[in-house]
Design a protein around this ligand. Structure first.
Ligand SMILES: *[C@@H]1O[C@H](CO)[C@@H](O)[C@H](O)[C@H]1NC(C)=O
Ligand SMILES: *[C@@H]1O[C@H](CO)[C@@H](O)[C@H](O)[C@H]1NC(C)=O
Ligand SMILES: *[C@@H]1O[C@H](CO)[C@@H](O)[C@H](O)[C@H]1NC(C)=O
Ligand SMILES: *[C@@H]1O[C@H](CO)[C@@H](O)[C@H](O)[C@H]1NC(C)=O
Ligand SMILES: *[C@@H]1O[C@H](CO)[C@@H](O)[C@H](O)[C@H]1NC(C)=O
Ligand SMILES: *[C@@H]1O[C@H](CO)[C@@H](O)[C@H](O)[C@H]1NC(C)=O
Length: 362
């Protein structure tokens, strides 16, 4: 017990000495053209949730298309929950990484506190900003120096995971000038394996599945530890304590997200460097094997190159012994190194690698 306590305190002190983070809720004005899904009833019960998945996964059908009744322009101010972190010894001209999480998680995906932040991407980079969409407006505010307490960065790199990668691709297609580089984790252009994701989730209504939930009907959670493993992890390459942490902190998905995750622009005219990295055993985007392309391409993530015909550099990497949620696996820092080596090779490293000191202080 004593060892644990002292270890925690020491490492907390080390982390605190290296970075400062604070939560910022940002009111972002947004106008967006949204799909309207009036030809589908919002699932009210767990029974309805299963019926929804059956409709969404039936072969030869496209529920997104049949549920869609039209489009509507939605405007408003949305409060976005973000966390801003900076190294305490940051240079004056710095690169900001804007990190977006995927479905089933919240902003803590990129800064997991489990095992004294041993899995934290933010600790690896020592600079980051974590947020939901609407990315474009938020990025403009950061670049224009309109964010309270956040120093205007020299460069901005967008790093997405899964649904966050999808949003990053969409951002780069609409506003290629807002980003200096893209990193897409847990991402491919294939929608072929989405039925595995939907089926494996065994969705329950979040308000019935969560411990303290005031979610309305239509917010769905993966059912339990088993479905969490199936969707996000590759046994036995993770700490079961971290699985328990992820299960206890899982976040619901909406049927709107589930119906639109594959509706991405086919092309982005982004002209900067693009890096794609997937866990080799990613289920939702590779069907459990990112290297198995049937001879058409080096890997399933490598096939994403066609989306970025104007990218100044494109590289795809398949990271071994890892499922969809890269950050939850033992070798998460191996992936962080790949990402930041790529950024470093393009002059976009946020920081020199002081993290090695931090990590070994305990
Ligand atoms: C930020 O908010 C999270 C909850 O979303 C909380 O757990 C964390 O302690 C907050 N961090 C700071 C530095 O206030
Ligand atoms: C399903 O329909 C939507 C909306 O028309 C479309 O964006 C999407 O590409 C379709 N999905 C497949 C797999 O064909
Ligand atoms: C956003 O936050 C502000 C201040 O915390 C609050 O007054 C406002 O009602 C919130 N807006 C929405 C749309 O939740
Ligand atoms: C932290 O991660 C490293 C690998 O990156 C591992 O060797 C070490 O045992 C981990 N420490 C803890 C406390 O989990
Ligand atoms: C990308 O550029 C091509 C050629 O200029 C253009 O036809 C296409 O519409 C552009 N795509 C986007 C998403 O702006
Ligand atoms: C950890 O990840 C790196 C980068 O992908 C890889 O080179 C290395 O072989 C991995 N280590 C293990 C033990 O899988």
């Amino acid at each position: 017990m004593h060892t644990t306590t002292i270890g925690l305190w020491t490492l907390t002190a080390a982390v605190a000495a290296a970075k400062t983070c604070y939560n910022v809720t940002v009111a972002v004005p947004v106008t967006a053209r949204n799909g309207v899904f009036d030809n589908i009833d919002t699932p009210q019960t767990n029974f309805d949730a299963t019926s929804f998945v059956l409709s969404a996964t039936r072969q030869g059908r496209n529920l997104t298309e049949t549920a869609l009744s039209g489009y509507a322009t939605v405007s408003g101010h949305y409060n976005i929950s973000t966390q801003y972190c900076m190294p305490n010894n940051r240079d004056s001209a710095y690169t900001l990484q804007i990190l977006t999480h995927g479905m089933g998680f919240d902003k803590s995906y990129w800064d997991l506190p489990y095992n004294n932040y041993n899995y934290s991407y933010v600790d690896y980079v020592l600079s980051g900003d974590i947020t939901h969409s609407p990315l474009a407006q938020l990025t403009r505010m950061v670049r224009n120096g309109e964010m309270p307490n956040i120093k205007t960065p020299a460069k901005v790199v967008h790093v997405g995971h899964s649904f966050g990668s999808a949003q990053t691709v969409a951002l780069s297609a609409m506003y290629p000038e807002l980003s200096d580089a893209l990193v897409l984790t847990g991402y491919s252009t294939s929608a072929d394996y989405m039925p595995m994701f939907l089926s494996g989730a065994n969705f329950h209504q979040a308000r019935l599945n969560c411990k303290n939930s005031d979610y309305t009907a239509g917010y769905l959670n993966s059912a339990d530890l088993g479905s969490n493993i199936y969707l996000f992890l590759s046994p036995p390459h993770f700490d079961t304590g971290l699985l328990r942490y992820a299960e206890d902190n899982k976040k619901p998905m909406t049927i709107g997200e589930l119906l639109t995750i594959t509706g991405l622009p086919a092309q982005s005219n982004f002209t900067g460097p693009v890096y794609v990295i997937d866990g080799a055993n990613d289920v939702p985007f590779c069907g459990g094997d990112c290297l198995h392309m049937g001879g058409n391409s080096a890997s399933i993530p490598a096939a994403a190159k066609v989306v970025f015909p104007s990218a100044s550099a494109f590289s795809a990497y398949v990271h071994p012994s890892t499922g969809h949620a890269i950050n939850l696996h033992y070798n998460a820092t191996g992936a962080y190194k790949q990402i930041n080596d790529f950024l470093g090779a393009h002059g976009l490293l946020s920081k020199s690698h002081h993290h090695d000191h931090v990590r070994h202080h305990h």
